[in-house]
Write a protein that binds this ligand. Structure first.
Ligand code: NPW
Ligand code: ADP
Ligand code: K
Length: 502
């Protein structure tokens, strides 16, 4: 699913009107109907509850006016409040004229705002994708007032004051919505941690925008859905054998962190790898053999950390990092690996920290490698803190382009940057996964998929990120959020992958 800029959204809007031979008021009616239906079917406000619809001067306000009319017809006690500022759009004016006279409709006076009680529902239709500057004056006063009201706020298309795809000044007024109902597609702003308190729970309301135009428009950002990935994981052929699915090598663990190697190994096995060899320091030998009997184990001569690279000849993909530690000898193992390997690499955790601390190592990174930092590891990797989440995405994009690598930025909507530009945001997962070891599981799973020669680097990464989050979601009925352990995610990797098999 594509994430469009505000300008692209407007163009899509226009193309829909032209190609479907409808008026812009018809499209607005469609949008308003989708919002009304969501309110009635999902929010289900009690009859008699006060519903306040706050409308701005543009088409977002026009949507609000049409929603107010529809809610009134459905029997709700609605009142409409209009911002004084701004030039009314044609469709605003059209819907203002269509508003039944029985609906109270007044202009807002910032010195005498309506008493909005905490049990009320507020429909925020002040500004949408047409926001051209941060809110000030009257609009800012109204937004701050609504944020303090305690009412349930439902934002139409976008929380007012929030830019769809760019940062706004830290102290500017933005609606804190409980729900945001976005037309047709989500917006980049919804996927960034810094906007969570503005956006609340977001929903996508389809309004039949022109599919062909949407298909052809080039974008910088994608939101990857299950529908798009279903069928992308090749079926295991009837006569497939271990060799068909690749032999992976995992270099992981140090004293006290052999668990990371156990988790990554098991996730790799559950990810469908044909064969797995795990290289751990000697202290980990028995642990791996007992915990993951399906894996072969190659112990390093050193008891505590890795000091020697094994012969790489047998392997189709190599993962390095979980629980590795940052000992000088392990750094040299990483150096040797980067210098000699020709197979796909998955690089995580301390291996990333070593890259960040040693720019000479970073220069050796083979193109096509897959890196999996969380935000702190990413900061160490690029050596510069991000100003905000948008800046961090820029850094991510530039890093992938410069190194010709695939780089993941882990989080609630994990982003994947590709060497050629676009970012892909993962749609699965839950906050229960914010627990030690979840990242090690991801590394193991991605390693299995990179060892499968039938998959492109992009498909392997997208499938792995999706299945990891989906496995985390499948655990919830059994564990809840607080009780979710990284090893629970591993149990559901199989079912999560099965959903994607073509
Ligand atoms: N695309 C779709 O799929 C569909 C879109 N639809 C709806 O249209 C919405 C977009 O409508 P829109 O373009 O009229 O913009 P909107 O957000 O109402 O605001 C523009 C007005 O606000 C003003 N203004 C801006 N910033 C300001 C500020 N800081 N402070 C004060 N004023 C400010 C701006 O003035 P100007 O920038 O020109 O000075 C202009 O007057 C979209 O979000 C969705 O709800 C649906 O109906 C149909 C399907
Ligand atoms: N709130 C969340 N929603 C969805 N996924 C999450 C959330 N928090 C963490 N995760 C996922 O859990 C994993 C955590 O990885 P990481 O921070 O490396 O953990 P660790 O180092 O303990 O293994 C990542 O894949 C991340 O995307
Ligand atoms: K809005």
């Amino acid at each position: 699913m594509k994430l469009l800029s505000a300008a692209q959204t407007r163009a899509l809007d226009q193309a829909t009107i032209q190609n479907q031979q409808i008026s812009s008021a018809d499209l607005m009616e469609r949008a308003a109907t989708a919002v009304t239906n969501w309110l009635l079917d999902e929010l289900q406000p009690a009859y008699g509850i006060a519903i306040y619809v706050f409308c701005g001067p543009g088409n977002n306000g026009g949507d609000g006016l049409a929603v107010a009319r529809q809610l009134y017809r459905a029997g709700y006690a609605v009142q409409v409040w209009l911002l004084k500022t701004g030039k009314h759009s044609a469709d605003f004016t059209h819907n203002r004229q269509q508003l039944p006279a029985e609906i109270p409709c007044q202009e807002l006076d910032p010195d005498k705002l309506p008493a909005v009680t905490a049990d009320a529902v507020v429909v925020d239709a002040l500004f949408g994708t047409g926001l051209s500057r941060p809110l000030e004056g009257e609009a800012a006063v109204v937004v701050k007032y609504l944020n303090e009201s305690g009412a349930t706020v439902v934002a139409v298309d976008l929380p007012s004051g929030l830019f769809a795809d760019a940062p706004q000044p830290a102290d500017s007024a933005v609606i804190n919505a409980h729900y945001t109902l976005s037309f047709e597609l989500p917006k980049l702003a919804f996927l960034l941690p810094q906007n969570a308190k503005f956006v609340g729970d977001w929903r996508r309301l389809p309004i039949e925008l022109d599919q062909e135009v949407m298909h052809n428009v080039a974008v910088d950002n994608h939101f990857v859905t299950a529908d798009e990935l279903r069928g992308c994981l090749p079926k295991r052929p009837k006569f497939g054998h271990k060799g068909t699915f690749g032999h992976a090598l995992l270099l992981a663990g140090s004293r006290g962190k052999i668990g990371a190697a156990v988790l990554a190994s098991r996730a790799c096995l559950r990810g469908g790898v044909g064969l797995l060899t795990t290289r751990v320091p000697a202290v980990g030998y028995n642990i791996i053999q007992i915990s993951d009997p399906e894996a072969m184990c190659l112990a390093d001569p050193n008891p505590d950390f890795l000091t020697e690279l094994p012969d790489l000849q047998p392997y189709d993909a190599i993962g390095i990092g979980p629980g590795l530690g940052q000992h000088d000898s392990s750094r040299e193992v990483l150096r040797q690996l980067l210098e000699t390997t020709r197979v796909p690499l998955v690089i995580d955790a301390d291996a990333l920290n070593l890259l960040g601390a040693n720019p000479d190592l970073l220069a050796l990174l083979p193109p096509g490698s897959l890196l999996t930092p969380h935000p702190k590891e990413f900061e160490r990797l690029v050596g510069e803190p991000a100003r905000d989440d948008y800046h961090r995405l820029d850094q991510l994009r530039r890093f992938a382009a410069r190194t010709r690598c695939y780089c993941v930025l882990k989080g609630a909507y994990t982003a994947l940057a590709t060497p050629d530009g676009p970012l892909y945001f993962n749609s699965t997962g839950n906050p229960g996964m914010a627990t030690g070891g979840s990242g090690d599981v991801l590394t193991g799973l991605l390693l299995a998929l990179r060892a499968d020669k039938r998959l492109s680097p992009l498909d392997a990464a997208l499938l792995g990120l999706h299945a990891h989050g989906r496995a985390g979601d499948l655990t919830l009925p059994h564990t809840g959020h607080a009780g979710l352990l990284a090893s629970d995610i591993i149990r559901f990797i199989g079912p999560a992958l099965e959903e994607l098999v073509g």
